[in-house]
Design a protein around this ligand. Structure first.
Ligand SMILES: NC(=O)c1ccc[n+]([C@@H]2O[C@H](COP(=O)([O-])OP(=O)(O)OC[C@H]3O[C@@H](n4cnc5c(N)ncnc54)[C@H](OP(=O)(O)O)[C@@H]3O)[C@@H](O)[C@H]2O)c1
Length: 444
């Protein structure tokens, strides 16, 4: 008679729990004692319908495989037996409560009825709660991330139909799930904490497509998840796909035309996106130069991992960069400042360099005469996060990697200030006025 008692064993770096029913589950190596799982018919309807309430601890499942259905004793995993099985597992963060408050009809939020200055960000308390469409979930936002793009929609630089609830990212708790989601992703249940990059986040409640929700893993707090998602994904996708830098542990950076340790320059290196870029570039082995406005921000950029910092409010950036690189210039530039720095970028970039202009903090770069790129064979690009995370798989893979970097402490997020949602106008003014360093959040 096969035992139903679960037991745990190790195979190399991987920890497995064997259920005693021909199934083995892989546990993460990190913090395996943080959560528990009940092996009951709800979780494993097709595996152990009668083994109710046999609790195993510790467990936090990342992968499940059949082991050997016929074998009653322990054996090392044999890849030929492995196949994927459908599981109905809770995500990393289990529901906090099974009794959710009823969904209100109206909610508070920030509405833009006409484009303009910060005065057009209107606080409303009677906005209709969005209807739940097919494939969607409702999230009660706890923290909303402020991004420079929010100012572009406010001013009308980027067009959108009005009235608009803007805001591109938030983190909070699921309060309703459309029935169609149960079959596509049963782990998205009411009470689960999620972070997302999607529209209309400046509100108490947002309806998002379920495949945009990233369950926040145990060990990551909701505030950090909200503060890191959009800018962290931007930095990660840009370092990999725009600059073409390989995984941190891989060798060679051939796409940049250099053998190793490319010179990278990040403008606004103490800003939200800049801080993430500097940390990730440094982790990828780049020699990072950061520019920042003022002494305090320069200190922060250095703390992020920039080996050299140039104070853009006092120093001649081009001359300093040439001096630091021995006259060569930098192999890759990440420029979210835009109009004010574009011409200098062309001067301080190395031959065959990659210039990634990805923002308009000082205004959009005017149309460019491509003949200017020929003298040094410069690769000019205008990367956008949203075009790198189009598919569910792309979003999931990059988000997983970002969360792992955060959980491992390899990437940190500095929060400039948490503003009440009602004070979003002050947050926009501070961001546009170069008064901030790190991430701005809104507390709902
Ligand atoms: N393409 C994408 O997918 C994508 C994604 C995320 C962000 N972005 C872009 O990345 C840039 C940074 O965004 P963020 O949200 O992380 O903001 P941020 O960097 O935290 O703040 C903007 C910083 O830009 C610098 N800056 C220089 N000149 C400026 C000017 N004239 N006006 C305002 N700021 C100026 C300031 O830093 P110093 O004082 O240190 O110079 C300021 O603190 C923005 O252009 C944004 O649109 C693009």
């Amino acid at each position: 008679m096969r035992s139903r008692l679960p037991s745990i064993f190790h195979d190399g770096d991987v920890t497995w729990v064997r259920t005693g029913l021909g199934l083995q589950l892989r546990l993460p190596t990190r913090q395996p004692r943080q959560s528990s799982l009940r092996l009951n018919s709800r979780v494993f309807p097709n595996i152990c319908p009668r083994s109710s309430n046999s609790e195993i601890r510790p467990i936090h499942i990342t992968q499940a495989r059949y082991f050997s259905a016929s074998n009653s004793t322990y054996q090392r995993p044999n890849p030929s037996f492995h196949r994927r099985i459908p599981l109905n597992l809770p995500r990393a963060t289990p529901p906090q409560s099974t009794t959710m408050a009823p969904i209100p009809k109206t909610m508070s939020g920030i509405l833009i009825e006409e484009t303009g200055g910060v005065e057009v960000l209107k606080w409303k308390t009677d906005l209709p709660v969005p209807e739940l469409g097919e494939g969607e979930i409702l999230v009660r936002n706890e923290f909303v991330g402020v991004n420079f793009i929010d100012t572009y929609f406010r001013t009308g630089l980027y067009k959108s139909p009005l009235p608009l609830i803007t805001g591109k990212e938030a983190a909070g708790t699921i309060i309703a799930v459309h029935p169609s989601v149960h079959s596509t992703d049963p782990t998205l249940q009411e009470g689960v904490r999620v972070a997302y990059v999607a529209d209309h986040a400046y509100a108490e409640i947002t309806a998002i497509s379920a495949d945009r929700a990233a369950a926040i893993p145990t060990g990551l707090d909701t505030q950090t998840a909200a503060a890191s998602l959009l800018q962290g994904l931007t930095a990660l996708t840009f370092v990999r796909e725009a600059a073409g830098l390989a995984q941190p542990h891989a060798t060679g950076h051939r796409q940049l035309g250099v053998s190793e340790g490319p010179w990278a320059l990040v403008h606004a290196a103490a800003g939200g996106t800049g801080s993430m870029l500097v940390q990730m570039l440094a982790a990828h082995g780049a020699r990072v130069i950061g520019t920042a406005g003022g002494e305090v921000k320069c200190g922060l950029a250095k703390g992020n991992g920039a080996q050299w910092v140039v104070d853009s409010t006092r120093e001649d950036v081009v001359a300093r960069v040439k001096e630091i690189t021995g006259g060569k210039g930098v192999d890759v530039i990440f420029d979210g400042v835009g109009k004010a720095t574009f011409d200098a970028d062309l001067e301080m970039i190395a031959r065959r360099g990659t210039l990634a202009v990805f923002g308009n903090a000082s205004g959009p770069v005017p149309p460019v005469d491509v003949l200017r790129l020929g003298a040094k064979n410069i690769k000019l690009m205008r990367p956008v996060l949203f075009a790198y995370i189009v598919t569910k798989e792309e979003r999931a893979a990059y988000t997983k990697e970002l969360f792992e970097l955060l959980l491992a402490g390899k990437v940190k997020v500095k929060i400039h200030e948490v503003y009440p949602l009602q004070e979003v106008g002050r947050a926009h003014s501070d961001l546009e006025g170069r008064k901030t360093a790190g991430k701005l959040l809104l507390k709902v």
